[in-house]
Design a protein. Structure first.
Length: 306
């Protein structure tokens, strides 16, 4: 398999900058709406959680997958916002004392530190149906039929459920302070992190009415970069500072979690993530999908600094 050339950081950075601008605007609109609807301290905490400034990798993947399949509507940003809403609530719960127990996220206090544990727990649950509302508004803005909403909702919420993110988080918690082999670790990573990244790629394709081989290629690409993303996250947790990451570094070691770094070392884990990214891009090429932006994002995911 051909080696991926040096990271096309500029391309990925431009797409991520676009995704950040668009997500910040979309999520601020939803935050304002929810602040009014829910009101009080819960409303403020929901807005705080939704408006926290992420890298927006999942949003960028939705945009790039959509365009790779010929999509042209600006309304795709709303699909990306639905995915970022799922990601946002997962972070709120991930940081709770009963989970990873962290006080820093995206360079700010975590929701349970800025508010309290009960409020943060409620915020996580309240945002689940909000993600469904954002997706429904996206499908309507894109002019897609109701059957497309059904398929896209299944894609998003299966990825967020027991077969994906929730199940992966469950395995992750069970695995704390235990030795987990690479096979087991792969299952944790694919569920906890990979499933939503895979769904981001699939949703971009579905929004552009992709079917068959191109859609399968996007899913295969998403599957491999999803795992690569979490391996890179393991590497960053072991090698970067909290200041650079905007979240507490060294958390895996503190919680005695098995990681790719622990199994393969920093170099070995980085190499493994690189192989997955190469293989992901090869899946797109094999399906005849011309998608330089998805190639650039695959490289970014492995070489990113935070
Ligand atoms: C509330 C129903 C419900 C479920 C939550 C807690 C949980 C279930 C899942 C946790 C999933 C999780 C947080 C996995 C880690 C994924 C990960 C690597 C997050 C960091 O992603 P980045 O680097 O972060 O893209 P930013 O801040 O840039 O968005």
């Amino acid at each position: 398999m051909a080696e991926l050339e040096a990271p096309a950081v500029a391309d990925a950075e431009a797409l991520l900058a676009e995704a950040r601008t668009r997500m910040d605007a979309r999520l601020a609109d939803w935050a304002e709406r929810l602040r009014r609807e829910v009101g009080g301290r819960d409303g403020e905490a929901i807005a705080y959680a939704l408006m926290s400034p992420g890298k927006r990798v999942r949003a960028a993947l939705v945009l790039a997958a959509y365009r790779a399949c010929g999509g042209t509507s600006e309304a795709i940003g709303e699909v990306a916002a639905a995915v970022e809403t799922v990601h946002a609530y997962s972070l709120v719960h991930d940081d709770l004392p009963c989970m990873d127990d962290d006080d820093l996220r995206r360079g700010r206090k975590t929701v349970h530190v800025a508010y309290d544990v009960v409020t943060a727990t409620r915020v996580g649950y309240l945002l689940v149906p909000v993600a469904a509302r954002v997706l429904a508004s996206a499908v309507s803005a894109l002019g897609l039929e109701a059957s497309a909403l059904g398929r896209m909702a299944v894609t998003l919420f299966e990825a967020g459920g027991m077969q994906g993110m929730v199940g992966g988080q469950w395995l992750d918690l069970e695995a704390e302070q235990k030795a987990v082999d690479l096979h087991g670790l792969m299952a944790v990573h694919r569920g906890k992190t990979g499933a939503l990244i895979r769904a981001s790629c699939a949703l971009g394709g579905l929004a552009a009415r992709a079917e068959g081989e191109p859609l399968a290629a996007l899913e295969a690409y998403g599957d491999e970069i999803g795992l690569a993303f979490q391996i890179a996250d393991d590497v960053l947790d072991a090698t970067q500072t909290s200041d650079v990451l905007g979240k507490t570094a060294g958390r895996d070691a503190a919680l005695q979690k098995s990681t790719y770094v622990q199994h393969l070392g920093v170099e070995g884990a980085t190499r493994e993530a690189g192989h997955l990214a190469e293989s992901a891009v090869a899946r797109l090429e094999a399906a005849g999908l011309s998608a330089p932006a998805l190639g650039a994002l695959a490289r970014y995911i492995v070489h990113r600094r935070h």
